[in-house]
Design a protein around this ligand. Structure first.
Ligand code: MEZ
Length: 534
């Protein structure tokens, strides 16, 4: 049994006392006006003083969070170094930067299209947010569903801000993405007759979440990694890209690389470049904990921005409603939305439900913050406060054994600390989960810099200003494959001109002219978790 405080134990008793009454009594859904109000008053995206206006670069005049501004307007790691571009260490058709699901899908597809591909990754292939995604991947492939319905769900959930052509690609290529993964060997949850088991996520009007228990991302990554390795695509690991190289025509043609173990600088020349560097949770925007992997530090946004690529919606982040709030050892770790898909309810310190559990993520997270901050209905935890996620209800609704069968990762994660989620509720609070915005691309996955392609979480605009569950595992596959196809096709007609880093010096001059004298080195590469007292 976990060592809860007396206050927590008393509150837990109240949750138990109201459970029977709540089982068949769902909290009503919110109206559009109620949603808009709770968002404005509570969502971290609306906290003005967390933001500043960019003074240089393609998004000059736009606001972004301080932590990102510091990096976008930071000091290049190549400044002052003698970088010799004349004798590249690698020379390939397609350079893929990033070793997660998007990078792997891109590399596989480019390779299948005949390109000489190389992947560089600052940690190891699979050290990525893909690996951390739990609950599932959306695709409208059941008879009662269609890509058009999927589009409407995602477009509304994203506040009607998604780039229509990108969202259309996402939803219409989704069924084929699932088929591709299934054929590669992903072990999706299936009924005895072989059909895929699908569930709801927040904001979905049809059950279209395909899952591999609650290890969906890990299982997808396992399969993609195997395919990359089977194809013998070269993977240069523990090596970060620290600057994009351009040719005299202003087109991307490679990257300056940094070996993370030896600090050696290496040069990769390429006909086309695909950025698949993932998200930014490890920037801990506004002090939030994160569900992200260790390397999620927005590197791709910095590289692209300095090379002249435009960002889209870089001001909007996703705070997943249910990060673990207790025990402290897993503070901020993801408690998959699938827990709520299976019926678990969000309940305050008095045992009262306060939100329909499958509102979209931004709305649900905002109601949790309101419950704690405005209404003083949160439960004190080691690191702050939280609300209860009443997990035992899952087995009342779906039968004994459901938790072990459908969400074994959750059972194990809390079980390690003596918490049996089949018998007791758990404490949760929003955790920084996803970068809604990123680098702007067109329908060829190309950024505003020629020959610089982007896929995965580094892209902005696919989901608008809020993403639905399961549309990220989907976008890494759809846009990973599309970027791999476009970049390898384009590479067939590219002759690289003289390589240079002039844009890096120009950017440094722009900063100087704007009165900015940056001291922060960027890209960040890894978070700094040095103890504050050391
Ligand atoms: O899409 C996601 O972010 C996801 C599947 C997360 C989860 O809650 O499991």
């Amino acid at each position: 049994m976990y060592n809860y405080t007396d206050e927590q134990l008393q509150s837990m008793k109240k949750v138990e006392a109201t459970r029977a009454e709540r089982v068949n009594n769902l909290f009503p859904r919110m109206s559009a006006e109620e949603k808009s109000q709770v968002l404005k008053e509570n969502h971290p995206d609306y906290i003005d003083n967390a933001y500043e206006t960019l003074k240089v670069g393609p998004n000059k005049g736009d606001k972004v969070l301080h932590e990102l501004a510091d990096l976008l307007q930071g000091k290049s790691r190549v400044l002052g170094k003698d970088i010799d571009l004349s004798n590249p260490d690698y020379d390939v058709d397609v350079l893929v930067i990033g070793g997660g699901g998007a990078g792997s899908s891109a590399a596989i597809t480019a390779h299948a299209n005949g390109a000489n591909v190389m992947m560089v990754t600052k940690l190891r292939i699979g050290d990525a947010n893909t690996m951390m995604a739990e609950g599932g991947i959306q695709a409208a492939d059941k008879p009662n569903d269609s890509p058009a319905i999927h589009y409407l769900d995602a477009y509304g959930g994203g506040h009607f801000a998604a780039k229509p052509e990108l969202l259309k690609m996402l939803v219409s290529e989704a069924p084929d993405a699932i088929k591709w993964l299934n054929e590669l060997g992903v072990m999706f949850d299936k009924a005895p007759d072989g059909t895929m088991i699908t569930t709801h996520g927040g904001g979905t009007s049809r059950k279209r979440m395909h899952a591999c228990k609650d290890y969906s991302g890990a299982e997808i990554m396992r399969t993609l990694r195997d395919e990359v390795l089977n194809r013998q695509i070269p993977v240069v690991d523990f090596t970060s890209a620290i600057e994009i190289i351009k040719d005299e025509n202003g087109r991307a043609c490679g990257a300056v690389l940094l070996n993370m173990e030896t600090n050696e600088i290496l040069i990769a020349k390429a006909k086309t470049v695909i950025l698949a560097t993932g998200g930014a949770g490890r920037l801990h925007y506004q002090g939030f904990p994160t569900s992200n992997h260790y390397g999620a530090t927005a590197d791709g946004l910095v590289l692209a921005y300095r090379a002249g690529a435009k960002l889209l919606y870089a001001d909007t982040l996703q705070y997943h409603p249910t990060g673990a709030a207790e025990p402290t050892q897993i503070f901020g770790a993801l408690v998959t939305e699938k827990v709520r898909s299976l019926g678990a309810q969000l309940v305050n310190k008095d045992g009262n439900a306060f939100v329909y559990s499958l509102e979209t993520r931004d709305v649900t997270a905002s109601t949790i913050i309101r419950e704690c901050k405005q209404r003083n209905n949160g439960v004190k935890t080691t690191d702050g406060e939280g609300v209860w996620l009443d997990t035992p209800i899952i087995e009342i609704l779906n039968g004994e054994g459901t938790i072990e069968k459908r969400i074994p990762a959750m059972l194990r994660m809390f079980g390690k600390y003596g918490i049996d989620i089949r018998k007791e509720p758990i404490l949760v609070y929003p955790t920084l989960h996803y970068q809604n915005g990123g680098i702007e691309i067109n329908s060829d996955c190309q950024s505003t810099v020629e020959n610089l392609f982007v896929a995965g979480e580094a892209v902005g605009g696919i989901h608008g200003r809020n993403r639905l569950m399961g549309n990220s595992l989907l976008d890494i596959i759809v846009f990973g494959r599309d970027a791999g196809r476009s970049a390898s096709e384009k590479a067939k007609s590219v002759t690289v001109g003289e390589m240079n880093l002039n844009h890096v010096n120009s950017f440094a001059n722009e900063l100087k002219n704007a009165g900015i004298n940056p001291t922060t080195l960027s890209p960040k590469l890894l978070p700094n978790y040095k103890r504050k007292d050391m």
